[in-house]
Design a protein around this ligand. Structure first.
Ligand SMILES: [Fe+2]
Length: 253
């Protein structure tokens, strides 16, 4: 299998592989880098599911249709469809780790894009190991023992969901690396600090998490696949397009 580094130490593209079996080695690469892209893959749902299982068990993400996604006949695959209509819950348009507010956060995700608009509709990915490592030593020390709240806030149909208390700096369970665990849309509070200190520190960390220096912009093409580690990576969909964009999402437990 041949790969090409798109962003140093963070994003790679698989440019050549002999068989789908060879893709089993992608798990190691995902932990080493954080986000992987493969273009021009013809996959039906069964093949997509079996490729996703290389990275772990899958979450059941069936359930009710939302304004941006629909369940499919495969309970592990949800179709993300956007046709330009107004959206009441556009969390994906802001920087986030998938469902970072939930008790059981997904460890990773796959998105397989089957319909792309003529222009626009890119996805941005930001490297949270790098974000942490590029903080000053003093700041790293200061935030090391702080906790924060991840939740679906007041903006979700005025019905916030119960959030979870998490560390501002987390340690990846498989690689032992530290990463910044604060995202724009779901992190609402830093605990134990005076109000203004918490507010400005949170704003600083949220901006720092998505600094251009450790952000990769992915341009989708038809039948391209992105795989990412949801601890090491934050992402954001850029909704600057007309026309339809259709992708199929899987979440790794
Ligand atoms: Fe997302």
């Amino acid at each position: 299998m041949e790969t090409r580094e798109l962003q140093s130490g963070f994003a790679i593209e698989v440019v050549n592989y002999k068989s789908k079996r060879e893709l089993k080695s992608l798990r190691k690469l995902l932990l080493r880098f954080g986000v992987i892209f493969i273009r021009d893959m013809e996959l039906d749902f069964e093949e997509l599911e079996s490729l996703a299982r290389v990275f772990g068990d899958l979450q059941d993400i069936s359930g009710k249709p939302s304004s941006t996604s629909l369940p499919t006949d495969n309970k592990y695959i949800r179709t993300m469809e956007y046709d330009g209509a107004p959206v009441d819950f556009p969390a994906g348009w802001f920087w986030h780790s998938e469902m970072s507010y939930s008790e059981i956060r997904p460890s990773g995700g796959l998105l397989y894009m089957t319909k792309v608009p003529e222009s626009g509709g890119d996805t941005l990915f930001a490297d949270q190991r790098k974000a942490y490592s590029q903080l000053s030593t003093g700041m790293q020390k200061y935030i090391e023992n702080l906790t924060c709240v991840h939740e679906v806030g007041w903006w979700f149909k005025n019905k916030p969901k119960k959030g979870t208390v998490q560390n501002v700096v987390e340690i990846h369970p498989e690689t032992g690396e530290r990463y910044l665990n604060v995202c724009d849309v779901f992190t609402t509070r830093i605990n134990g600090l005076p109000f203004d200190e918490a507010k400005y520190l949170l704003t600083f960390l949220q901006n720092h998490a998505s600094n251009d220096l450790w952000t990769h912009r992915h341009k989708w093409t038809k039948n391209s696949l992105a795989i990412w580690d949801d601890r090491l990576v934050q992402h954001k969909a850029v909704h600057n397009f007309n026309g339809e964009r259709v992708g199929h999402r899987i979440q790794i437990v």
